[in-house]
Design a binder for this molecule. Sequence first.
Ligand code: KMH
Ligand code: ZN
Length: 274
Amino acid sequence: MGATTLITVAPTGAEADKAKVPQLPVTLEELVQTAKDCEAAGAGVIHVHIRDEQARPTLDPVRLRDTVQALRESTGLVIQLSTGGAVTDSFDDRLRVLEAGPDACSLTCGTVNFGDEIFANPWPFMADLYQRTQELQIVPEFELFDLGHIAALHRLLDAYGEPYGGRVHCDLVMGVPGGMPGDTRTLVAAVQALPEGATWSATGIGRSALPVMFAALSAGGHLRVGMEDTLSYAKGVPVTSNTVLVERAAALARFAQRPPMTAEEARAFLGVRP
Ligand code: KMH
Ligand code: ZN
């Protein structure tokens, strides 16, 4: 098999307002349909945030478990639950996410200004979360919003050893107001600082989505796209669905001679438990 591209879709997030963005998948039915469509379009991983009956972000354990089960029954996608949640979620609730039995989870490697708010990830929380992923055989994806987060990732690996799955896989989240900018020179600096042998994807928030996607493909990285990260398809053109974002990423990956991994290939690549 030649080189391929892992495409992660992040369809919902915790921030966008369903009342303003009706296409945002917030119900279980909408999420499952989105997952199926995005898998068919070339996604291998789904990064999941869920919403309650009023479309507000929630980490309700029963709802999370039902979501994991429904996604497992209807797709082959690697199910990566967000442990970032919303900026208002408690550390205990964020740790409890792992009990819903996902294949994988996000693990943010440090605190960052997040617009006008703070996304808190102090060392003791990161360390607890990381050790829980090892115990529960959940593949962590290290979310890096800033260059300093890469130093914290090195510290985590030095302190607690390799992740479940055997691969250090990171996601550069670029262009958050308060985090690292979404441009090529920052992406190159981040990639150079990663641990030896690490693999990585990148996503650009808002208007940095396309520049980051091109930079990531040219630097040999993988891609994350979705309505969690951008609500614009192009300047002045709102996103109509997550599927169109995955379709565009898949087309660019094919163009770069690195076609999308299937969900099955993504499972093997990340070392997801059978
Ligand atoms: N919603 C953000 C505060 C993650 O999913 O792990 C955090 C976030 C990161 O989305
Ligand atoms: Zn997220």
